[in-house]
Design a protein. Structure first.
Length: 358
């Protein structure tokens, strides 16, 4: 798993003129090495890959990161790091500026002298945008688990149950079926609360004749899924049907037209133009979608500010919405993979408006 990723990282390092890279992000550490422990640091040079960890994890690291040299670091990690850098004759060390606080940076700077610290942004995150076959296989499983969770929760929706109770049932189901956890705090937003784009489950009691919006995902074998569906419990009004159908039209049109070579800005405009055309442009305030993988929000973004070109292997969400304060809101979201010729939709839950009996 890690060798092709190390090769791509070394190529990126060479492009940036880096002789060594120091990785402190837990997600990036796992991406490169496969090590799932909670403590560790990685050093990559053109010919060495070292994983430093403490005594609790040396055995686990040796098993999971078979292509890495595993080193048990001293009580003060930087003492071991400084020794390694001297052995490898490293004078300039790249570090992940987005994952290191200023106080930690100043500490490293003092303790690693005379090594020069070089701030680097997004070098591994850029690699993570393009998923390999193994990653995509896991992400399909995470998406299938989200679909199963949605089917499961439909049996529990009734007047008198709270949003929190529904969210708890969903999270229990995901864990019982192999998830490490949910991808993020599960959103269950009913009635007027469904107009909150990120209305995390509350104590509100489910009532009748209202929208219920579910936005959730499973963290499965290190990868996230992200699914949103909106249903009606009881009798939907004309307004319920109207805004649901507009959001559905916008999402289906985006799924039909998104393709490799398109920018995030262009993808966002497909759905946004539909919603604007019906007069609800001001009620769609977030971007069309975001990258998805080991973290719930990754690059690229499908947004009016994004000129990132969509490339085969990228995984993104497509999630237009309309939110009407005091009434409610709709979002419909799927996870997709950019392919050579278009897209693969990996979430399969129905998008027909489900009207549930009370």
């Amino acid at each position: 798993m890690s060798q092709p990723r190390l090769t791509r990282l070394r190529q990126a390092m060479e492009t940036k003129g880096l002789e060594a890279m120091f990785i402190t992000s837990a997600v990036n550490r796992r991406y490169l090495s496969g090590f799932t422990g909670s403590a560790g640091y990685v050093v990559i040079t053109k010919d060495r890959a070292v994983l430093m960890t403490d005594f609790r994890y040396t055995m686990q690291a040796s098993e999971q990161a078979s292509e890495f040299e595993v080193v048990e670091h001293a009580l003060r990690m930087t003492d071991t790091l400084k020794q390694l850098l001297a052995e490898m004759n490293i004078n300039r060390l790249g570090f992940e500026q987005d994952h290191v606080t200023y106080s930690t940076y100043t500490s490293y700077q003092e303790q690693l002298q005379p090594v020069e610290l070089v701030p680097v942004s997004g070098i591994i995150e850029d690699l993570r945008m393009i998923k390999d076959a193994d990653e995509l296989a896991v992400m399909r499983q995470a998406a299938q688990l989200a679909d199963k969770t949605f089917s499961h929760i439909l049996n529990f929706i009734k007047p008198g149950v709270s949003e929190k109770e529904l969210a708890l049932e969903m999270e229990f189901f995901m864990r019982k079926n192999g998830a490490t956890s949910s991808s993020f705090d599960t959103i269950v937003a009913s009635g007027e609360r469904s107009a909150l784009p990120h209305g995390v489950a509350s104590d509100r009691i489910i009532q009748g004749n209202e929208f219920i919006k579910f936005d959730f995902g499973a963290l499965y074998q290190g990868y996230c899924s992200d699914l949103t569906r909106t249903v009606v419990l009881g009798k939907p009004s004309e307004k319920h049907h109207e805004i649901y159908n507009i959001v559905l039209e916008a999402q289906l049109k985006a799924l039909e037209r998104i393709r490799p070579g398109m920018t995030g800005r262009e993808a966002d405009a497909i759905a946004r133009d539909v919603i604007k055309g019906y007069g609800y442009g001001d009620n769609f305030g977030h971007s069309l979608g975001h990258g998805l993988g080991m973290e719930i929000h990754e690059y690229p973004r499908l947004a009016h500010t994004s000129d990132q070109v969509l490339t085969p292997g990228m995984t993104v969400t497509v999630e237009p919405g309309i939110y009407l304060p005091g009434f409610g809101g709709v979002r419909i979201e799927d996870d997709i993979v950019i392919t050579d010729n278009g897209i693969e939709i990996i979430t399969q839950s129905t998008k027909q408006l489900l009207v549930l009996d009370m």
